[in-house]
Design a protein around this ligand. Structure first.
Ligand code: T1G
Length: 674
């Protein structure tokens, strides 16, 4: 097996090259090859300096995550990096693409770093529930200070070559198309410079104020996660002891995270997200349809948000409404959203104008005739949608994809009113559509393979994470979400206050609870609107105009800043229902509340799997992470159920009288996992 590492001599400079597609992950063979390359350069008297670079699209993008949890082969990355740094000849890192994680740490072990302008460097380990375990938490603060080290390691966001250069992490920005030549020239420039700059020999100044400010600024974002605090502890350790002391602390903190369930969950989700993009029964090389122009029918909240996804990706959108006033309002909201993003520095004003410039508003459906993909985001009513699909069938060009943004209606029925059911698909965006990353791609019974493959491939360029769903009410996410309502209401009737139910969920890590979510969406959504017909607690609230945040009162009372507080009126209404029912009071622990709410969702997930409505359990987890804010450190409902133990889930369901899905029962009895 040839090594992914080769060495090339350029007179007195030895270039060590990695060729390990797709991202030059630092697997065992790469680490061994690097070690051999450095030894060769050090031993050869005619070599005065060395360059490390990578073939393909990026410099090393980190340790090989697929090796985690398996016995380590070859030299440890830290050992290789220490060897690079100990070299008595200068070693220059030549960076392009994204030097991430262990890749960034390799550059820090080098004496110098050069990068092309488009390069990025970062330590995203925290997003895997880890920390830079090969010296990154000790070398970054010694080169660039505590503040930047905290930001890079604990948030995991990469920084540009320019920012890294300004911070001293990169010594020179070189030509975009002349990286190797410029790196060799740089290596010659520094070949005789002594002492060699070694990060481990520098000291990092303590900056307790920066640490406190950083912790405060990120408290909400880091809530529930173990890894950010571990990264902060390691960076702080870089300022209080020797390099060796810091490395020992880094190693200890790294191992604790690696052994924990949070990192297992976050590494699982890294691969689950990428797996979701693959459709098992469609060849990866399926010819895709070209999507150069998109049509959106409906300029409401969803239509506007959907349009923004394509405009931001530079894809022109023709947006259709039935009345000028609604069209103007919709276009105005799109512009306002972009202007707000520009104010936050996300877009330049030029970019805003460019995006608005490829938005074509119209009242005429016929203007969609040249669109390659048409997405309807109109009123959630089957008759209205079928009428529209009938019209689109007569307007759209041959080969155009016709998509519905429906959140639960039957896409097959829409397809069947057209002469081209193979071109019809569901694209269920989550509100706000320009923000939420999840896209449920609903595969109709007759959806053509290339149509599905085209829409799946479109997700990434428009910033979405796509998951394939079959046609069933609520598809994957909402179908599971609907299983929470019953148990929540039962607990209300057993005397558990709404705020207690919600707090159990937010303490679990969900962004909001059942009743907070109802207040946000609107208590009146789906209400029959007859104030005299009061059959449920919800009816009673709606009848009193308690419609949620929009009326400053719903399940909670809200102050002018929309901060919720428990409502005495709601407590009274619940007590009134309770006194009329024969429901006995029941005390619940937080764990029992969580089980009562989430086990039925897992149970529904098992049915979704069994019916083939989702390809994999991990797809279901991707839906919940990206569509509903499930805490990624718990991996998603199906991963979480595995950590709870499926036998415990079954027992909990049976205790609450919930019929157990056959697949869940089978797996629990067989001691298997999803
Ligand atoms: N290890 C193994 N496989 C990886 C990988 C990695 N580090 N990174 C990507 N892949 C696979 C990925 O699964 C996919 O496979 C293919 O490469 C293309 O990836 C000791 C402990 C680099 C920005 O966290 O962020 O270093 O689906 O689809 O959109 O301190 O990949 O084709 O079979 O994402 O162009 C730290 C993770 C590791 C970076 C490219 N590094 N990777 O994005 O392609 S821990 C990371 C990414 C570590 C040290 C610590 C992205 C990318 P397949 P892709 P992309």
């Amino acid at each position: 097996m040839t090594s992914p590492i080769r060495t090339e001599r350029h007179d007195d400079v030895l270039v060590i090259v990695s060729n390990n597609p797709p991202v030059n992950a630092l697997g065992a063979a790469v680490r061994s090859g690097l070690e051999a390359g450095i030894k060769e350069g050090v031993a050869d008297a005619s070599i005065k300096a060395m360059v490390i670079r990578c073939d393909g699209r990026t410099f090393f993008a980190g340790a090989d995550i697929t090796e985690f949890g398996k016995p380590m082969q070859g030299p440890g990355l830290g050992t290789v990096i220490d060897m690079i740094e100990a070299s008595d000849k200068p070693v220059v890192a030549a960076i392009h693409g994204t030097a991430l994680g262990g890749g960034c740490e390799v550059t820090l072990g080098c004496h110098y770093r050069v990068a092309v302008p488009s390069a990025k460097i970062g330590t995203p380990e925290v997003k895997l529930g880890l920390l830079p375990g090969a010296g990154g938490t000790q070398r970054i603060p010694r080169i660039a200070g505590v503040k930047l080290a905290l930001q890079m390691t604990a948030t995991g966001d990469p920084i540009s070559a320019k920012a890294a250069h300004e911070a001293g992490l990169i010594d020179r920005i070189v030509g975009e198309d002349s990286l190797e030549a410029d790196a060799i020239a740089f290596a010659r420039e520094v070949a005789d410079t002594r002492p060699l700059p070694r990060a481990s020999e520098k000291t990092a100044a303590a900056d307790p104020a920066a640490v406190e400010e950083f912790k405060k600024a990120n408290a909400r974002k880091f809530r529930g996660f173990d890894a950010p605090a571990a990264n902060i502890r390691c960076v702080e350790a870089s300022t209080t002891g020797t390099f060796a002391d810091g490395i020992a602390i880094e190693r200890d903190e790294f191992m604790k995270l690696m052994m924990g369930t949070q990192s297992a969950a976050q590494r699982y989700m890294f691969f689950a997200e990428r797996q979701a993009a693959k459709v098992d029964d469609i060849p990866a090389d399926t010819q895709l349809r070209k999507i150069a122009k998109v049509g959106v029918v409906g300029a409401g909240t969803m239509g506007g948000g959907i349009s923004m996804n394509f405009l931001s990706a530079g894809i022109p959108v023709t947006i259709v409404e039935t009345a000028q006033e609604a069209l103007d309002r919709g276009v105005g909201v799109i512009r306002k959203n972009y202007e707000n993003s520009a104010k936050k520095g996300r877009f330049t004003q030029e970019k805003v104008e460019a995006m608005m410039g490829i938005l074509i508003p119209t009242l005429d459906l016929n203007d969609l005739a040249d669109c390659d993909l048409i997405i309807e985001a109109i009123y959630e009513n089957m008759d209205v949608k079928k009428e529209l699909f009938g019209k689109l069938d007569g307007i759209a060009k041959q080969g155009a994809i016709l998509a519905s943004n429906t959140s639960y209606l039957n896409v097959n029925e829409m397809a069947d009113v057209t002469s081209r059911p193979g071109d019809v698909i569901g694209m269920h965006f989550f509100s706000p559509a320009n923000v939420m990353k999840l896209l449920e791609v609903v595969r109709g019974a007759k959806t053509a393979p290339d149509v599905l493959a085209t829409v799946m491939a479109l997700a990434k360029p428009i910033g979405k994470v796509a998951v394939v769903s079959g046609v069933c009410p609520g598809f994957i996410g909402n179908r599971m979400l609907s299983q929470r309502g019953g148990p929540a209401n039962t607990m209300l009737m057993q005397g558990v206050p709404p705020e207690r139910i919600d707090k159990a969920l937010t303490d679990f890590g969900m962004p909001m609870g059942v009743y907070q979510m109802s207040d946000l969406a609107g208590v009146d959504i789906g209400w029959h609107r007859d104030p005299n017909r009061i059959e449920t607690i919800r009816d009673a609230l709606a009848a009193k105009g308690r419609w949620g945040q929009k009326t400053k009162k719903g399940w909670y009372d809200y102050d002018e800043n929309r901060n919720p507080s428990p409502s005495p009126e709601v407590a009274e209404i619940i007590e009134e229902f309770r006194s009329k029912s024969n429901q006995a009071r029941r005390d619940y622990t937080d764990d029992e509340i969580i089980g009562a709410l989430l086990y039925p969702m897992v149970n529904e997930g098992a049915k979704i799997l069994d019916e083939g409505m989702a390809q994999r359990a991990s797809d279901i987890d991707v839906v919940w992470i990206y569509g509903y804010g499930w805490p990624v450190y718990r991996g998603g409902p199906m991963f979480w159920a595995n950590t709870v133990g499926l036998d415990k889930v079954v027992a909990g369901l049976e205790k609450n009288g919930v019929p157990v899905a056959p697949l869940l029962k089978r797996k629990a009895e067989a001691g298997e996992k999803f």
